[in-house]
Design a protein around this ligand. Structure first.
Ligand code: UDP
Length: 411
């Protein structure tokens, strides 16, 4: 058996006051013919990163509208996750080697996990490259429809990785990508769905927090709330460019010496590289006591992320590659303007000059951040627009609706 993730129930009705009755009714109507459908989502980890974040809400909501949905995670040790991290990077285009030993490790773990897959499902949704070989090694028995949900950008993959993965991926009946241009070269799914990720407005990370509560939490980390605060929340990962954020902050600090920077990053269990990059980030920050580098071992959980996003003056997401960037959605939902890298799914969310600014360099990041710090009224207007943009496009209810539509088109 693969490991089943325990989930708390959620009720679609609770979302009506936020998204409106019409959307909720639309979802119920779409779910009606799918009642009783057996759905399993399978991914690599129940902790850390955007996929886990999404499944904690999506699966309970699928249950609430009548589907028999569950979530399972594959087994893996560091030797596997080191390889899958390289695969993640290689598939996004990084120029790194892919040795026979790495291929064997990936295949071995996929074969082993495929042997653990049990049960009968109408829809099997495999998330990301880590378990992408499950269908190949298990065979179609046990699942009527096999779907591969890709959360990363495979538009310009390193061919060494792509040539290896493409045959596994091509076996799936349907592919789900965040953006159309993310579909890698030469793979033609019978069904292709474009579904952008979403956040749960009722999760502890996004539920409204009073300013008082948020301030108390952030103050607890030693931050001076009488001074401006910049925050980036993300894994310690080269694509998220925490070193670039520190450089941009330093440029801002030249003009505005009181500014502070918080970097928050969780250590995902499928990301052993995280510690190495965390060390690099700490070294880069050096002796600057206005830079706060925190992670989940400092007690940074959902409430804390919520609090930092809520009290920051500007939220930065200076990624140089990004699947979607849920942290951007989360910050916009809290009414904060975001200065974000002009990559991946960030431009879907940061409408340049409207809900924040898109930037391509350290200098631009610093310039736009400083601008927002110096124009708080405009920052507030942009934040309000960002929140509305998220309400319309990036809340869990929309995600649920898109999945139901896909299931209906496959049945
Ligand atoms: N996250 C968190 N604590 C941290 C850092 C990140 O809870 O210290 C969460 C973050 O709030 C977001 C998710 O991890 O919900 C990251 O998703 P995103 O799409 O931004 O990036 P990914 O890690 O999937 O590349």
């Amino acid at each position: 058996m693969l490991t089943t993730v325990e989930l708390q129930p959620k009720s679609l009705a609770d979302y009506a006051p936020i998204v409106g009755d019409e959307i909720v009714e639309q979802i119920r109507a779409l779910a009606e013919p799918l009642k009783g459908a057996r759905v399993v989502h399978i991914n690599a980890t129940a902790f850390g990163g955007g996929v886990a974040e999404i499944l904690y809400t999506l699966v309970p909501l699928m249950r609430d509208v009548g589907l028999e949905a569950e979530w399972q995670v594959i087994e893996g040790r560091d030797e596997f996750f080191n390889v899958t991290k390289a695969c993640h990077n290689g598939l996004q285009g990084m120029d790194i080697p892919f040795t026979d030993e790495m291929r064997n490790t990936w295949q071995r773990y996929n074969e082993m996990n495929a042997a653990r897959f049990e049960g009968e499902y109408d829809f099997v949704i495999i998330h990301d490259p880590q378990p992408a070989g499950l269908l190949h090694y298990h065979g179609r028995a046990g699942g009527k429809h096999w779907v591969w949900r890709c959360h990363i950008d495979t538009s310009h993959p390193n061919p060494v990785y792509w040539d290896f993965f493409a045959p596994y991926i091509s076996e799936y009946e349907a592919g789900i990508f965040t953006m159309e241009q993310y579909v890698g070269p030469g793979v033609n799914f019978k069904h292709l769905a474009i579904i952008a990720p979403t956040i749960d407005p009722l999760s502890p990370k996004n539920v409204p927090q009073t300013l008082e509560e948020s301030r108390a939490i952030v103050r607890g980390y030693g931050i001076d709330l009488h001074r401006p605060l910049l925050t980036q929340v993300s894994r310690y990962d080269p694509w998220k460019d925490p070193l670039g954020v520190i450089d941009a902050y330093r440029l801002v600090k030249r003009e505005m010496p009181v500014v502070q920077l918080a970097l928050l990053g969780s250590m995902a269990s499928d990301d052993p590289e995280g510690w190495t990059y965390y060390d690099r980030t700490v070294r880069h920050a050096g002796e600057d006591f206005d830079i706060y580098i925190l992670h989940n071992f400092h007690g940074v959980g959902n409430r804390e992320v919520n609090a930092f996003q809520n009290v920051s003056d500007v939220v930065i997401q200076k990624s140089t590659r990004e699947g979607f960037g849920l942290v951007v959605t989360e910050a916009l939902w809290k009414g904060k303007p975001v200065v974000g890298g002009n990559v991946g799914g960030i431009p879907l969310q940061v409408l340049d000059g409207e809900t924040g600014f898109l930037v391509d360099s350290v200098e631009a990041c610093a310039e736009k951040t400083l601008y927002l710090l110096q124009h708080p009224d405009e920052a507030e207007r942009m934040g309000a627009r960002g929140r509305e943009h998220v309400r319309q496009n990036f809340l869990s209810t929309r995600h649920l609706r898109d999945y139901l539509r896909l299931f209906a088109s496959l049945s």
